[in-house]
Design a protein around this ligand. Structure first.
Ligand code: PHE
Length: 437
């Protein structure tokens, strides 16, 4: 059930099964918000495990010939060569540190105080005021205040989540934003008016300027995604909700017969434009997950592979990007990836172990997933809830999770997995609100 709630809160069920929508694009598109002050739940010393802190600074998206770097450059190439001109010149920001303020990650993006995205069950907090950014949108406001009017930001982002082949607590996003000025008859008044609900107001959504921005947004993103994936790609738009844009959409692409969400976007909320000194302008913004695109394009079957240091992975992408990494800042070239498909070097067998326990009120599945990741490492391929039972008399709930173990690099022995599972059982009761069965 928690699993379900997780999916629901991070995406609307607009198409396909819940599973298929929640695995492909993790977005902040939910409107359901329980009234709760998440601030009171943040542990004083934060909730970031050591294994995750070790990921900071790896900058996979900046590593030459890494598949995430290849995808990033293909997107940047499109913005530089097809969507920039005499008036617009997209600037690229790739080096912002993922430690950001709660203000940048949530407040300035108009997240309500009780938005579930703020929950420490979803977000990694250093302390009450600082988080590991959960999305690259965290940089929008500052970059706008610095006077930039068209830009792309790439970075590692972090969210507590379930464990399976397409979810990992650290992943990469790319944010794009473009500002538009409209000739005015001397009336330079801000578009922002606190009495208007911009999420719902139809007059605003049908405004001529807003429509122009919407059309440019959709045209630009369709051309970008076709430039990256292929000209014959089928694309459709689904209405969405984000606190920082209105109207908002998600783009879905038809891939192997299934509609998959690949990005979220919208017209930047007039309050953000106003707060950044651009109240008389309008803008569009989008955010796209890089792992999902790379997995689709290169047939990469498991998200853990992006973090591997195994040369059998990296050798397959060697030489794909012909540019010279030392010549930064030069005009980008398109990278031909047509025939680049990842060949699994071997699929070692997996094995699974079950663990059952009674859960207390403070239990959250994301805490459990993270504990498993922390305790058992990247050998964990997938964790699934296989049984959930509430005793009607005692009102106590018992859950059973199946942990699948697999190495990408070698065969695992039974003894080694027994040892890992034993260690997990040994530590878990003192760390989480549960009682082993
Ligand atoms: N930041 C959003 C997410 O991660 C995506 C997004 C970016 C949506 C910009 C609209 C505009 O879900």
């Amino acid at each position: 059930m928690n699993h379900l709630i997780n999916c629901l809160k991070s995406t609307k069920i607009t198409s396909g099964s819940i599973k298929s929508t929640c695995i492909l694009f993790r977005s902040y598109s939910s409107t359901t918000t329980p009234t709760i002050d998440y601030n009171t739940l943040i542990p004083e010393n934060g909730n970031i495990p050591k294994s995750l802190l070790d990921k900071i600074g790896k900058n996979l998206h900046s590593s030459h010939n890494h598949p995430l770097n290849i995808i990033k450059k293909k997107i940047q190439y499109h913005f530089q060569s097809k969507l920039s001109n005499d008036q617009v010149d997209f600037q690229f920001f790739d080096d912002f540190h993922p430690r950001v303020s709660v203000k940048s990650n949530f407040d300035e993006l108009l997240f309500p105080k009780d938005h579930v995205g703020r929950s420490p069950n979803d977000t990694y907090y250093f302390n009450k005021n600082q988080v590991l950014r959960t999305h690259t949108s965290a940089h929008q406001n500052d970059i706008l205040r610095d006077g930039n009017r068209a830009f792309l930001v790439t970075g590692d982002v972090y969210r507590r989540d379930e464990i399976d082949a397409v979810h990992y607590p650290a992943f990469h996003q790319m944010e794009g934003l473009r500002v538009f000025s409209f000739p005015s008859d001397g009336d330079k008044k801000s578009h922002f008016d606190p009495s208007i609900n911009f999420y719902e107001n139809q007059e605003y959504k049908n405004n001529k300027e807003v429509k122009i921005v919407e059309e440019d947004l959709k045209r630009s993103l369709e051309s970008m995604i076709r430039g990256v994936i292929g000209q014959d790609l089928q694309v459709r738009w689904v209405d969405a909700y984000f606190p920082f844009t209105s109207p908002s959409w998600e783009m879905e692409i038809l891939f192997n017969g299934k509609w998959l969400e690949v990005l979220g976007c919208g017209v930047v909320h007039p309050e953000i434009m106003h707060n950044t000194g651009l109240g008389h302008d309008r803008a569009w913004a989008f955010g796209i997950g890089l792992e999902r695109l790379a997995m689709i394009l290169f047939d990469i079957p498991d998200i853990r592979l992006f973090w591997t240091e195994d040369s059998r992975f990296h050798d397959q992408f060697k030489g794909v990007d012909k540019s010279n990494p030392s010549e930064k800042g030069k005009k980008l070239q398109d990278i031909d990836i047509k025939n680049i498909k990842f060949q699994p070097y071997s699929k070692y067998p997996s094995c699974f172990k079950d663990i059952s326990f009674w859960i207390g009120d403070d239990f959250h599945s994301n805490k459990f997933f993270e504990f498993v990741r922390e305790c058992c490492g990247d050998l964990v391929e997938n964790v699934e809830l296989v049984d959930n039972f509430t005793n009607p008399k005692t009102n106590k709930t018992s859950q059973c999770y199946r942990i699948h173990y697999r190495s990408m690099e070698r065969n695992l022995t039974n003894e080694e997995i027994d040892q890992i599972q034993f260690n997990l059982r040994d530590k878990i009761e003192s760390s989480l609100d549960l009682k082993l069965r």
